[in-house]
Design a protein around this ligand. Sequence first.
Ligand code: AMP
Length: 412
Amino acid sequence: MNFSTFGFSPTLMEGIEAIGYENATPVQELAIPIILEGRDIIASAQTGTGKTAAFLLPVIEKLSAMPHDNQVKAMVIVPTRELALQIDQQMEGFSYYTHVSSIAIYGGTDGTVFSREKQALTQGADLIVCTPGRLMAHLNMGYIKFPELKFLILDEADRMLDMGFYEDILKILSHLPKQRQNLMFSATMPSKIRLLAKHLLHNPFEINIAMSKPAEKIVQKAFVVYDMQKIPLIKMLLTDTEMKRVLIFCSTKEKTRQLYHELKRAGIKAEEIHSTLEQAARENVIIRFKSGDIPVLVATDIVSRGIDIEDIDMVINYDVPHDGEDYIHRIGRTARASAEGTAVTFINERDQQRFGAIETLLEREVEKVPVPVQYGETPVYNPKIRPKGEKRGFGGNRKSGRKPGGHGARKN
Ligand code: AMP
């Protein structure tokens, strides 16, 4: 379906054309007419489906017909600063030729940022994109009110609840006028999301975009390893192949830091990104990674969603992601646009069952690449057997009694 069929005003169409969209994605095709009609929506759709434009475009269309009176009329609440920034950038692009204004409220610890946000909030913008904690901080100061708010959008609602924002969201709702249009987007629909939806939405239209499988052009591989083999293997992967841009995901900040320092010690030009870094430092790292200045970025899941970099050659999962969706988000950072890409996952004994569940969800087996002999013996892959305890870091599936690489295994 072409965007011209939605009947958007010429100034919005100009923005859409400048960005280069021609045809609507399935979630856009379903959601845009319903939002234009004024109905509430609950949509199960993930990053990568085009959900951002699905809610921004009809809301911009409606906002451009309203008075520009320095009153906030639309609020988008998102779980992370990265997503807030990304949505704000898309907003700027789409609304460029319209009179609709927007600001992002996502913070950082810098006091000047807070006062800039305060000024922007009190002077007003048509649409704000915010993280719940930061908005609450401003609300608690008592200087912002939203008497004219007409649209509330919760994006990645499941992730916000996972991050413990349920209470903050309820508090924010209590500051908003009751009469408004509500749009809720969530990758999954656990019972707590259903509960929130019941509280928030009126006779919502339900959209269910089936979970997208990873793009075929992503070559997926895995190494079945002991923890101590991961760093030597990563060094091998980074030095044996010529790659411009590699993104390595770790499940915790501590592992991210440790791996980053190991890579630096090995003379590999790498940077790290996780929530401990200040917002400005995070943005700077992303810009340098995008520009090609840093070839290797070690990250927590903070960048598994939202980050839009077209040509990442390889994604390495230093450990198995929490679930299939996180896996798809992480590996979806490679092979974007028309480029090809590789996704490599390290599976230790404890993560085998989890990876098996991911393979079930993907409806395919990911190729297990043999580890070169010089790195020592590896565990046997048997995702159905739960590893026995975590004694000395070994599971119950060892090939032999010899310790891998002749060293004692260690815990992560
Ligand atoms: P999202 O799911 O909103 O994060 O969007 C994922 C990616 O798809 C972003 O890079 C968007 O710019 C892009 N995108 C969204 N809608 C379209 C469209 N209709 N045509 C082409 N690209 C799109």
